[in-house]
Every structure is written in structure tokens, then in C-alpha cells.
Design a protein around this ligand. Sequence first.
Ligand SMILES: *[C@@H]1O[C@H](CO)[C@@H](O)[C@H](O)[C@H]1NC(C)=O
Ligand SMILES: *[C@@H]1O[C@H](CO)[C@@H](O)[C@H](O)[C@H]1NC(C)=O
Ligand SMILES: *[C@@H]1O[C@H](CO)[C@@H](O)[C@H](O)[C@H]1NC(C)=O
Ligand SMILES: *[C@@H]1O[C@H](CO)[C@@H](O)[C@H](O)[C@H]1NC(C)=O
Ligand SMILES: *[C@@H]1O[C@H](CO)[C@@H](O)[C@H](O)[C@H]1NC(C)=O
Ligand SMILES: *[C@@H]1O[C@H](CO)[C@@H](O)[C@H](O)[C@H]1NC(C)=O
Ligand SMILES: *[C@@H]1O[C@H](CO)[C@@H](O)[C@H](O)[C@H]1NC(C)=O
Ligand SMILES: *[C@@H]1O[C@H](CO)[C@@H](O)[C@H](O)[C@H]1NC(C)=O
Length: 638
Amino acid sequence: MMRLSPLQSRLAASVAASCLLLLLYLVLFPPNFALAAELNGPSTNVGIDELNFSINPAVRGLLDPTYEARFVDFEPSITGRAADVIPLANNEPTPMNIDQGTTMPYVFVLPGGMGRSRMELRSESDDAGAGAGVTDDGDRDDTNPHDSERSLRKRQQSRTVYISANTCLQPQPVDPIKTQSEPPQLELYVSTSPDNKTPGPLADGKTQKKVVFKQGAVVFNTSAIDDVYIGIYAPDTGDQFSGQYNVRLAASVDSLYYTYNDLDDADLVWVDSDSQGALLITHNLTQSTNPEEDEAVMRSQPYVLFAHNKKDRSINGLKYSFCGLQNYAQIAAMRDGRHNTMVRTGMTKRGQGNMPKQQFFFSGLNASADYIGILAKDAEDHGNLERRQSGQKRGTEVFKATNFSTKSDHGNCALVVDLDFCDQVAYSVPSNPKFGNATKLADFYDKYASSFYANFNKSLQQVACEAPSSQRYSLARNCTDCAAAYKDWLCSVTIPRCEDFSNTASYLQERAIDQPFPNGEKLDPKLRAVLPDTPAYLTSRNPQIDEIIKPGPYKELLPCDDLCYKLVQSCPASMQFGCPVPGQVGFQGNYVKHDPSAGLTCNFPGSAHFPSAGRKGVSSSLGYMGGIVVGVVGLLML
Ligand SMILES: *[C@@H]1O[C@H](CO)[C@@H](O)[C@H](O)[C@H]1NC(C)=O
Ligand SMILES: *[C@@H]1O[C@H](CO)[C@@H](O)[C@H](O)[C@H]1NC(C)=O
Ligand SMILES: *[C@@H]1O[C@H](CO)[C@@H](O)[C@H](O)[C@H]1NC(C)=O
Ligand SMILES: *[C@@H]1O[C@H](CO)[C@@H](O)[C@H](O)[C@H]1NC(C)=O
Ligand SMILES: *[C@@H]1O[C@H](CO)[C@@H](O)[C@H](O)[C@H]1NC(C)=O
Ligand SMILES: *[C@@H]1O[C@H](CO)[C@@H](O)[C@H](O)[C@H]1NC(C)=O
Ligand SMILES: *[C@@H]1O[C@H](CO)[C@@H](O)[C@H](O)[C@H]1NC(C)=O
Ligand SMILES: *[C@@H]1O[C@H](CO)[C@@H](O)[C@H](O)[C@H]1NC(C)=O
């Protein structure tokens, strides 16, 4: 079995937890206990193969996630004894292998209730005299007739039982070329009827509910006054797929243990990528303006992330399963994840509103490839006693996938983040591998932008910022607003956002078309022939890019026009900022009209590939081929 090596190192930590559980099972399942205690006592090396009996899988599962239960063959109608069925403990996920074409039977005994199985077991244990010395608050006073009556009433109170499961392993295609589909999903059967203790495809449909897993996950709730019988059926795939299923099932009276969210928009946003890297970011993790809460969120890293090349089909059918993703996803950003050198995660406040977010920075991806990123929350305790006792919600949650892709391998767009001055910049910029690494590149652009800011800052000092309101340049805006608007505009204008030359989106501006790509190639003459010989096409907006970095032909995602309007509105008229308007000289090739519903068609601080309703192209009816009155309106005059 792939990836599921025994976690011996966790044994020590688990032993304490196991003891607690064993105590619990002593109460619930006295006959099994003696054996389990022997096995889990001092010697933990008992080979599973020696076992012929159902030691409690929940306990076993804490010790060894690869545990393959070996039960005596299950004969439903003949035996039907509790010992043949796998008992589920509240909030304890139980891992199990299931062969194709078989049904794994489970029972969940309502904790604290007076389930039938438990009463049966109790009478057995009383016979054995095991009751002595065992603390069992719920039933201690059964001898008292009044209390008996009370527990009878209690028994009839129904409770909601939450059942959830994740498929961790699934059969693999025998012939991956021929079999393009994914293996069939497992099926969950639930019965609360004493007449159907072994729900499954063969049992009476009237006494059970059936739910088919979705992408390796199932959630179900039912109200029960007594034992809940569960069957998980693994369909027979004939000779198409070989191997077993492995599933983790959890029942709870508190909440669903394994959840997934396929309704909300993806919580993960693709910011940008280059030919081997990508930057993804979560939504705002808090809207709180309380600095303490803010700080607490900044110290947390609530999410883990899985990423996978879309061409590889191995996670198909398991996209909502936490352990399935753990086993099959190519890249996992988690504490002990696979290939976690390929992804760095951390917190950031970059972006609109400066709210805390978690970001994921990938490297080592394939060029021109499509990926999915799947965000998840991991609150499984993995035998960690502290977490278990803390009373926090336990379990995992998997969110809807986000698509992202990498750029082509011309290598002339490179992601930069964490700039000192232009701290909102986190996107691909024109680059050349010969120039140096991403740090050096970021530094080049940052220095260039901040050199302009120094001049502006001097001018701003001459404006009456701190004057009484009657003498200020505006009642609505002050110098802080002006400085912020200028910085946003400046960084967007001096640090071009780079796209592949092969990207055909209409809102992109071709740049440096006559220069060679980093590998020395020139633009295909056929493509070149249809482009005009104007400076907007022949050069970069900032000449230093062509002289020093020499990226060669690229396309620029132009700054949004509203960055310029905001600048004009926020700063004193004496600074004489002005903006070109659509259709006039200086707009085309310098700005794109900001239309949030069109998707990412222009660049602004914190912009990303936010999910959008429609994907219309930006209006190209501007018609006018403006010359290059470079977008540095205002920049020149300071
Ligand atoms: C396994 O169980 C069967 C029947 O319950 C029993 O006859 C057999 O001796 C057991 N094997 C071992 C190794 O305990
Ligand atoms: C149980 O699930 C149903 C849908 O299957 C849902 O409407 C209901 O709110 C759930 N009950 C609880 C207590 O969550
Ligand atoms: C990159 O491509 C190779 C060959 O197609 C493939 O084997 C590998 O899994 C891919 N890696 C990633 C991270 O996409
Ligand atoms: C974060 O919050 C800010 C301000 O409330 C909002 O403008 C922005 O769109 C939010 N960003 C995301 C990614 O949700
Ligand atoms: C992601 O891409 C797939 C096609 O590969 C598409 O079906 C799906 O709708 C896309 N998801 C989003 C959120 O755009
Ligand atoms: C980038 O290159 C510089 C030297 O030019 C080096 O000091 C720095 O450590 C490099 N950074 C990374 C992230 O490789
Ligand atoms: C702008 O000038 C003020 C006053 O001279 C100074 O305190 C501030 O640090 C300057 N800002 C930048 C970004 O240089
Ligand atoms: C400028 O105005 C903003 C509100 O628009 C306010 O938060 C800020 O404190 C003001 N700055 C100064 C220096 O007055």
C-alpha cells in the first residue's frame, strides 16, 4: 500500500490515548476488552496477521493507520452478533480496507444512551462479574426503580447522529490507457431499524438509506434513539480496476467529522504564476478591526493545500477526501506533506483592505501546465491527546478546487513578491533568467519605483497637509490619501504585469516586439508583420527594462484606469495630475478600463484571478490607436 507506513514514532503519544479509549471500551465491550488489553499492553509489536478477532479498530487505528482489520467472515443473518460488526466510537475515525464487491458492517452505539447492544453486553458482563469497580455514571443506579424509569424515557429521546467518511485509497486501473474513467464511488448504507442490522445492497431498501460517495467523501445525518447500523459497500469493478478501497468512517453525536464544501465559491484565489511557479491566496481570514484578533490570525496558518497537475488522473474521484488527497496529490502544503519543498506558505496582509490571508507560493511546476489547488482544514488529532482534550471541533474539511495554470517556458515573465516599497506587488514581471534570481529582479523594480517616490514626497511636503481644515486642499482627502493613491498608481505603472506573448487576450499590450527572447529567438515574422511600428509596441513603458533586463517580446496587463482617477481625486490640484480618458490620446496602450465583472483584465494592487460571473473581453471599441504619451502623466512633472 502506498504511503501508509506504520507510524511507530507516534506510538508513545498514542499509548496514553489508547488507554483512555480502552477504559471506554471496557465499559462498552467488556468481552473484547481482555484480548485487546493484552494486545495493546506492553507489547505493541503484535502482528496483525496473528489476530483472528476484532480488536477494536478505533484503538488500533490510533496506533497504525495501515491497520487492516481481519474479521471472521461476516454472515449477516446467521450470526448478527455485535462482535462481527465494527464498533464505532464517538468522533473516532476508523480506517478499514474494503474488498471490491463486499460490504463492511459497522455499528454506532449512542454514547450515554441505553442502546440495545450495550444492554446485551451489560448483561453478559454482569454474568462475568466484570461490573465491579467499573465506573459507569450513566447506569450506576439501575437498581433503583425510579432511575430505571428515567433511563427508559431517556432512551426514547432521539439524537442526531452525524456520519461521514473519506475514501483514502481506491482501486487502480489495470490498463490505464484503456480505462480512462475513475473507479466507482463507495456506497454508504444506514439503518436505524433493529430488523436491519446489516445494511447494504442486499438488504431491504425500506429499512435503510443509501448515499453514494461524492469524490471520495460522504456526509449523512440521521436521528436515532438507538444503535445505528452502517454498511459501506465497495462496488465490484470486474477486471477494470485492481486493488482494495481504504476508507475512514466516523460517527458522531456532535458534528460531522469529515466535511467538504462544494457549494461556495472556491476559498482559494489564484493571484498569478510564471513558467514554474504560482501564487495562491485565501480570502480574508477575518474582517475584524481589533488588532489583537488580527494578530492572532496572523500567527495562525489555518489551511493546508493540495495541488495536482490536471493531466494526471490519480486524484480523480477523491477530490473531496482529505486522506485521498494526502495519498494521491502531487503536492501537499502541510506539516509533513509530500513535496513540501515545492510550496511555501505564510500569512500576508497584502491586497485590498489589508486583511490577513494565507498565501501559498509554488515553485518547480511544469511550464504551460494546468493545475488544480484544493484548500483544506486539518483538525484531525492524529492521536494528539492535547488537541483531543481541548474540546475544539475535530476532523477535516475540504473545499472546492481552484484552477490555475503556469506560463510558457520562454522564461521572460517571473513572479516577484515581498517588495519593500511596492509591498502590494505580487505578480509576474518582465524578466530574463540571465539577469538574476527573483530577489534581484524584485529589487530592480522596487528601487526604480521608489526613486520616483522620493521626488513626489518632496512636493507633498510643500502642500499644506497639516493645516486647519479651512486651509487644506480638500475637505474629503488629505495628504495621507494622496500619498497612498500615488504609490498605488506608481507601482502599477512602473512595474509592468507580464503575460506570455502567446496569450491572445484582447486587453493585453504587446511590448518589445523586435527584441530577442532570452533564448535568442525572435518573434515569428508572421506575428510581427501585423503589429505597428509604434513605441508602445517596440519598447517597454520603462526603457530601463529593455536596456538592463532585456526580456524580449512580452505582453503587459495594463494598469486599471481608476488608479489614475483616484490619484487625481486624492491629490491637490496644484500637483496637476491628469488622466487620459478612453478614446483620447494616451489611454490606449497605457490603461484599461476597470470592469470587475470581466475578470482580470487590468492590473491594480492586490488584483488576482477572482472568480467572476462572466468572462467577456474588455471593450475594445476604443478604436483610437493612441501614440505613446506614456502613462507617466504626472510622473514627468515632479
Ligand atoms: C481463528 O478463528 C477460528 C474460528 O474462530 C479458530 O478455529 C482458529 O483457531 C483461530 N486461529 C487462530 C490463529 O487463533
Ligand atoms: C441533516 O441533513 C439534512 C439534509 O440531509 C439537513 O437538512 C439537516 O439540517 C441536517 N440536520 C442537522 C441537525 O444538521
Ligand atoms: C511535470 O511533467 C512530467 C512529464 O509530463 C510529469 O511526469 C510530472 O508529474 C509533472 N510534474 C508536475 C508537478 O506537474
Ligand atoms: C478583503 O476585504 C476587503 C475589505 O473588506 C475587500 O475589499 C476585499 O475584496 C476582500 N478580499 C477578498 C479576497 O475577499
Ligand atoms: C476548472 O476547470 C474545469 C475544466 O478543466 C472546469 O470544468 C471547471 O468549471 C473549472 N473551475 C472553475 C472554478 O472555473
Ligand atoms: C539571489 O542572488 C543573490 C546574489 O545575486 C543572493 O545573495 C541571494 O541569496 C539569492 N536569493 C535566492 C532566493 O536565491
Ligand atoms: C516622505 O517624507 C517624509 C518627511 O520628510 C518622511 O518622514 C517619509 O519617510 C518619506 N517617505 C518615504 C517613503 O520616503
Ligand atoms: C486622512 O484621512 C483619513 C480618512 O480619509 C484618516 O483616516 C487619516 O487619519 C487622515 N490623515 C491625516 C494625516 O489627517
